[in-house]
Design a protein around this ligand. Structure first.
Ligand code: FAD
Length: 306
């Protein structure tokens, strides 16, 4: 119930102003967001890579209805990629892109604009020797996002996909994507989805996650195991069997279980941290609150006590 309410609020303006304009919330927000700008993003990358972890950076923003805003997001990624190269981080840092931030949801020609914008980011990433992963958003965009992924992979075969185990279609998507060279991030899914397309019960989502892991680990691609769930991490390690440690990776979000991130990296695994930055943090932050009731209590307490 609380999860549904928070996820509904994450897509509406109803409490957005209150959450965003309350300066007291900032320390709570900063647990999950690296900072406002590219300087903060590069500084956080430096800290994370220093202890052996890898990074994927997200310039925050989504559901853009304005073509100029979509272009500004592309420019922000190009600037970020230049800065990562200057700082010498491109061996360990890639970028994650939400297609709805670069045009997918524009009222006309959205898919075409998103493809061209994503292509510009891929060209820049390839030029500095790193990769791009396309985040997955709500189920109404899944076909479009996988279609754009396919087009991009013709020229940039290293572009990563994301699949969400809460969607009933995802096991089949994993089969389709588990081919040589295919980078696939498996997560549980963070949006409010109807029962017609998504498992509603946490046990069903977890069982689907395991089935998808089996497909990806048995396939020829490069699985990216994105979860904080100790049980899923254990299953992934078991299923990896004699795969070499550089043929798959673990991923977690910035600010969540950082000690576990370091432990997994120190054990010789590749661990990548998803680092979001920028001013458009509202939707991302609300999804993090929705994932864990304790985060809501923490947030509300900070309003009273900070
Ligand atoms: P859960 O069962 O939700 O959590 C397991 C445990 O992890 C919890 O008991 C708790 O200890 C800890 N935990 C989980 N969430 C939090 C939190 N917010 N705060 C504090 N502790 C927490 N979703 C998408 O829909 N599209 C994407 O493109 C996408 N990309 C992602 C990229 C990465 C690298 C990661 C790690 C997640 C991504 N997600 C994405 C989010 C994902 O779908 C889940 O919503 C999120 O990871 C929580 O699920 P979980 O697997 O950690 O398991």
């Amino acid at each position: 119930m609380l999860r549904s309410t928070l996820l509904a609020a994450s897509r509406s303006g109803a409490i957005r102003g209150l959450v965003e304009r309350t300066p007291l919330t900032r320390p709570v927000v900063r647990r999950f967001i690296s900072g406002d700008d590219v300087d903060a993003a590069v500084a956080t990358t430096g800290e994370v890579v220093a202890d052996g972890r890898h990074v994927t950076l997200d310039h925050l923003g989504e559901d853009t209805r304005d073509a100029a805003q979509a272009t500004a997001t592309v420019e922000a990624y190009l600037d970020l990629l230049r800065r990562l190269e200057l700082a010498g981080h491109t061996g360990r840092a890639e970028v994650s892109v939400k297609l709805s931030a670069v045009g997918q949801t524009l009222p006309s020609d959205g898919e075409k604009i998103a493809l061209e914008n994503a292509r510009r980011i891929c060209v820049a990433a390839g030029a500095v020797g790193t990769t791009v992963t396309l985040d997955m958003e709500d189920h109404t965009t899944t076909n479009s996002t996988l279609g754009i992924l396919g087009e991009l992979r013709v020229d940039f075969p290293w572009v990563g996909a994301v699949v969400q185990s809460y969607l009933k279609r995802t096991e089949q998507d994993c089969r389709d994507l588990a081919h040589a060279g295919s980078r696939v991030r498996l997560c549980k899914g963070a949006y409010k989805e109807p029962a017609s397309v998504a498992f509603q019960d946490k046990g069903d989502v977890d069982r689907s996650y395991v089935r998808c892991l089996k497909v990806l680990m048995a396939g020829e691609g490069y699985p990216m195991v994105a979860t904080h769930d100790p049980r899923m991490i254990k299953v992934a390690g078991d299923l990896a069997g004699d795969r070499s440690p550089d043929s798959y990776e673990y991923q977690m979000l910035y600010g969540i279980r950082p000690d576990e991130q370091r432990r997994i990296a120190a054990a010789g695994n590749r661990m990548r941290v998803y680092v979001p930055y920028g001013n458009e943090w509202y939707g991302y932050f609300m999804r993090r609150l929705a994932e864990r009731p304790a985060n809501v209590a923490f947030f509300l307490r900070s309003l009273i006590t900070t």
